[in-house]
Write a protein of this length. Structure first.
Length: 281
């Protein structure tokens, strides 16, 4: 007698009329076979993923730690399961101009970012509301860390860090400070602008975001601002604040929305250009 799965289940149900454990049919998700490997071609190191696909896909991404590749980018190929290594290498060789172009673009992007807004790790200066501030590190045996702006004509940021602090803790300290600085500035701006615009703000939150400078949840009047704004000029912060508050008057990016922007912040376009000149990464 041949029994398939359903047949077995029926048989089991017949033998054990009231089973203790309910037999639940397992969701049959077709498991895809995925094979990962690495190939090298000249200076390129290629991360190959073979899966059940008909086509080859090439992409280039920013370098992640742990993958030794030339420059700061990594090549990724998705290829059909049975395709030979040689066929993949031939494909990559044919695309070398495209690869070089995109590698270069990624390189420039990360250099521009590091130059202007690189983190505190190993940096000798940081941005504070658009201004470049020297960092003076004062490592000592003190217990509590602190960070503050010191000096009159050419103010600098002074870190006092216990010897035991790691690089990650140092970075965390900086972002905590940015948080305080931006909270102070944004709060005063929101107080000022909500009075001018006659709107009521529910709450303000700061967060590091990858794709947007701010957001506004109109029904609850909750404003979210990107913590990255602490590095950008104050007028850029004001532009984002006004933009989000205008959403409390006009939900979408409509004609009326931009008319209100023009009314409240006549040169918002120039400020936006400044903000966009070094985009978020
Ligand atoms: Zn908007």
């Amino acid at each position: 007698m041949h029994l398939n799965f359903a047949g077995l289940r029926k048989l089991k149900a017949a033998l054990f009329p009231q089973p203790e454990i309910k037999l639940k049919k397992k969701r049959t998700k077709r498991t895809k076979r995925v094979l990962a490997s690495r190939l090298t071609l000249g200076t390129f190191e290629i991360l190959v993923t073979r899966r059940s696909t008909k086509y080859m896909r090439l992409s280039i991404a920013e370098h992640k730690a742990g993958f030794t590749n030339s420059g700061n980018s990594v090549l990724k190929i998705t290829a059909p399961l049975r395709l030979s290594d040689q066929a993949i290498l031939d494909f990559v060789a044919k695309k070398s101009r495209w690869i070089a172009h995109h590698q270069n673009k990624l390189q420039l992007k990360s250099e521009r970012y590091a130059r202007n807004y690189g983190g505190v790790l190993g940096a000798t200066s940081i941005r504070h509301f658009g201004l470049r501030r020297q960092i003076i590190t004062n490592r000592s045996s003190i217990r509590a860390a602190s960070i503050k702006i010191v000096g009159g004509v050419e103010p600098h940021v002074q870190f006092s860090i216990p010897d035991s602090y790691s690089a990650a803790q140092r970075e965390l300290l900086l972002w905590g400070w940015y948080n305080t600085e931006l909270t102070l500035l944004a709060t005063s701006m929101i107080t000022k602008w909500s009075a001018i615009m006659q709107v009521q703000v529910g709450s303000v939150k700061l967060r590091r975001m990858k794709t947007r400078w701010g957001s506004c949840h109109t029904s609850s009047a909750k404003i979210m601002l990107n913590l990255e704004l602490a590095r950008r000029p104050k007028r850029c912060v004001e532009f984002v604040v006004v933009h989000e508050l205008v959403h409390l008057l006009e939900h979408g990016h409509t004609r009326r929305f931009y008319a209100l922007m023009d009314k409240f912040l006549p040169n918002w376009r120039q400020t936006k250009a400044v903000l966009d000149s070094v985009p978020l990464r």
